[in-house]
Design a protein around this ligand. Structure first.
Ligand code: AMP
Length: 183
């Protein structure tokens, strides 16, 4: 066996889409819930996903990562750490201590509010907004509103998954809207 040749085999990319579990009618009838937990349970798949998302965030020139509660924290923290950037959590209403700014939005399955701490984004910061999934775009839009209230600019939106039928990227109105897995 020729070991030198064997070691030059290109490493295979994992098919991330195949790891996403679709759960019908969760948490409400009619919703096709995309379950990311099989990717979190597979270190190689997770690492590949974070590599791919980090490369996109790096290209955007962002100097800070905002993750959207709660699955946006999982990916956002890993991306921020990988790129040595600060991470800022955008949380559901009433969770952050101190003074905050708040924006309301509608979800594919309900209503919600998102908050950022005052001072968490500096004027002219270039912000990467990170979440697990883009559906209607309402959550990411609320995050953009908060970032602009604090004087920051959106460098781009970065999602692990995009639900193409809901056309959320249309409401985001930003040239940099990236997703790794499309359904
Ligand atoms: P939207 O604001 O409509 O773009 O919804 C995006 C947010 O809702 C993300 O934080 C997702 O975690 C969650 N979400 C919406 N629809 C789904 C879905 N079908 N499967 C999993 N999560 C979803």
């Amino acid at each position: 066996m020729n070991l030198a040749v064997q070691s030059f085999k290109p490493s295979r990319m994992i098919d991330l889409e195949s790891l996403i579990r679709t759960v019908p009618d969760f948490p409400k009838p009619g919703i096709q819930f995309k379950d990311i937990t099989p990717i979190l349970a597979d270190p190689k798949a997770y690492s590949q996903l974070i590599d791919q998302m980090s490369a996109q965030v790096k290209l955007s020139g962002a100097n800070v990562v905002v993750g959207l509660e709660s699955r946006g924290f999982v990916f956002g923290v890993s991306i921020a750490e990988r790129l040595a950037l600060p991470f800022v959590p955008a949380r559901k209403a009433g969770k952050l201590p101190g003074d905050t700014v708040k924006a309301d939005y509608s979800l594919e399955y309900g209503k919600q509010s998102l908050e950022l701490q005052l001072g968490s984004i500096k004027p002219n910061d270039k912000v990467a907004i990170v979440d697990d999934l883009l559906a209607t775009g309402g959550t990411a839009q609320a995050a953009e509103k908060l970032i602009s209230i604090l004087g920051g600019n959106v460098a781009g939106y970065f999602f692990a998954i995009e639900l193409l039928d809901l056309n959320g990227r249309q409401v985001l109105n930003h040239s940099v809207t990236e997703s790794i897995m499309k359904f």
